[in-house]
Design a protein around this ligand. Structure first.
Ligand code: SF4
Ligand code: SF4
Length: 510
């Protein structure tokens, strides 16, 4: 077993090394043809052409120098317009990423297929060879977390810190500097053409990596939780919704020239849903567009209350949601790192509900501008509110912190502290739902497994010891507390509302 694991780890590290080193190699040459094919807007072409002419046919062996020259040329045009206050002429489209990608020549472009195989297929096999044998070492049935607090990756050691830095860096490149990861985007170009009918962007790469990571980590979940049907079904569900709904269907819709939409992603998690370009984009597509708009509204107005009433917020957070899906697969090895303190619970309630209020205010402001044409609400520019929300909540909280801090703060930092949809679902779950976790307190041996592995930081044991039902707005119904309990104390149930808040009574106590 140990040998297979070592070989797997060596393969994975080697492939990761190749993947990272791709960022630094390549030549860049901007031709007139590439310039015209990339900057399709005739007006922009005319404005930018004189400024970038010094770059045409020049050979760059440094991506940094190429990007610097292009940005300098691009900014010189815009700066002139800004200086003269010609705001209608300012170019807002960012052409840097596609220009860099199209101008790439050499090794990566010529060998994208083999590099795709090494970086994604072979590395995944290496990862599986490393992870899976460990799950078979314990032959006895049951879910074991042997040595989870002794390894550097799962107990905030140096490897965890490096992993965290890697994840955060990836999100920074993805959102703020995609022109530096064009060699990675090139690897998935063929796949993108096959599925969506167009070349890959950084978002296609992200979607693909998201699905790949979830698939690999789901294989681990299937083996680790093989004795627990709820975990097997739940893992299959999140994987299905991610691959089919979040990745394949939107890309196939694009290929068919129809409006692209992730049918399971709803406002306020999908905070751009009511932005003008989204609404106009849908309306312009006629009946189908109107139906999609209606579906999005139906989901959060009717779908959420009805489904939460019958199943609790787990129907979304643990079975459907993409953020939850990543947390339940990639994040599973880190679930024990969630903060269980009362202080964290207090912060959690204030922060997550504040984000919900912020999301509602921002959306109201955006809609106000959409319907009235007035860009200011109570003297505040609505565009800046939406920008602030996109930056702080969309990029910093959901991306960089939400996923980047898995190895440090556990797998559900975003869901617990930042997700406005989780707050909305939680309010419903707390006050109007049939869902609860029942506890048979008499059986509890106070081992604390349940609290340790609750990713939402709930002190499950405290409830179990008292025989109290667990009705917490933050509980995502992952069921891991019940799965790891050696005494079968905990049960996730959807029962009649009556008696929901009453404690479990032993027969002799009734
Ligand atoms: S209480 Fe149990 S089901 Fe709820 S989030 Fe925690 S571990 Fe998951
Ligand atoms: S895991 Fe089970 S036995 Fe252990 S403290 Fe929790 S409820 Fe009690």
């Amino acid at each position: 077993m140990k040998t297979i694991q070592k070989i797997g780890l060596a393969i994975f590290i080697l492939c990761l090394g190749v993947f990272i080193s791709l960022l630094g190699i390549g030549h860049y040459q901007l031709s007139d043809k590439i310039f015209k094919e990339t900057i399709t807007d005739a007006n922009h072409q005319q404005l930018l052409k004189p400024a970038v002419s010094f770059m045409i046919d020049k050979d760059y062996d440094s991506k940094i120098a190429f990007i610097a020259d292009f940005k300098k040329a691009f900014n010189s045009v815009n700066d002139e317009f800004k200086k003269n206050q010609q705001w209608d002429k300012v170019i807002y489209a960012d052409y840097t990423q596609p220009i860099v990608k199209h101008s790439t020549i050499g090794f990566v472009k010529e060998n994208s297929l083999i590099l795709f195989f090494i970086c994604f297929v072979v590395s995944s096999l290496g990862g599986l060879m490393y992870m899976i044998p460990a799950l078979f070492i314990e032959p006895v049935a049951g879910i074991k977390h042997n040595d989870i607090f002794k390894t550097a990756i799962t107990s905030r050691g140096i490897i965890a810190i490096l992993f965290s830095i890697g994840l955060i860096s990836f999100y920074i490149f993805l959102y703020k500097a995609p022109e530096y990861i064009t060699n990675w985007i090139l690897l998935v170009d063929d796949l993108s053409f096959a599925i969506s009918g167009s070349e890959a962007s950084q978002w296609f790469l992200y979607g693909f990596l998201y699905c790949l990571v979830m698939t690999v980590m789901s294989a681990r979940m299937y083996i680790k939780y093989r004795h627990n049907n709820y975990q097997l079904v739940r893992t299959t569900s999140v994987l299905f919704f991610q691959i089919a709904f979040a990745f394949l269907i939107p890309n196939i819709l694009s290929k068919l020239n129809l409006p692209s939409m992730d049918f399971k992603n709803m406002w306020p998690l999908d905070y751009t849903f009511f932005f003008d370009y989204r609404i106009d984009g849908l309306i312009s597509k006629g009946l189908l567009g109107y139906w999609m708009l209606g579906w999005g509204i139906f989901l959060f107005v009717v779908g959420v209350p009805v489904m939460v009433y019958f199943f609790g917020k787990r129907w979304y957070c643990s079975w459907v949601c993409g953020c939850g899906g990543l947390a339940e697969t990639l994040g599973d090895p880190f679930r024990q790192l969630s903060d269980k303190s009362l202080k964290a619970w207090k912060y959690e309630r204030v922060i997550v509900h504040s984000v919900l209020v912020f999301a509602v205010v921002m959306t109201a402001a955006v809609l106000y501008t959409y319907f009235t044409g007035n860009s200011k609400l109570l003297g505040i520019d609505t565009g800046s509110i939406r920008e602030q929300y996109g930056f702080f909540i969309g990029f910093i909280f959901a991306g960089a912190i939400g996923t980047g801090f898995y190895p440090i703060m556990g797998s559900r930092v975003w869901c617990r502290f930042g997700c406005p949809l989780a707050a909305y679902l939680g309010i419903m779950q707390r006050f109007k739902s049939r869902f609860r976790i029942t506890t048979n307190g008499a059986q509890c041996i106070s081992c604390g497994n349940c609290s340790t592995y609750c990713e939402m930081g709930i002190d499950v044991r405290a409830y179990a010891q008292k025989g109290e039902n667990i009705i917490r707005s933050s509980c995502v119904g992952c069921g891991v507390c019940a799965a790891v309990c050696p005494r079968g104390v905990l049960k996730l149930e959807n029962l009649a509302e009556e008696g929901r808040f009453e404690a479990y009574l032993r027969p002799e106590e009734k």
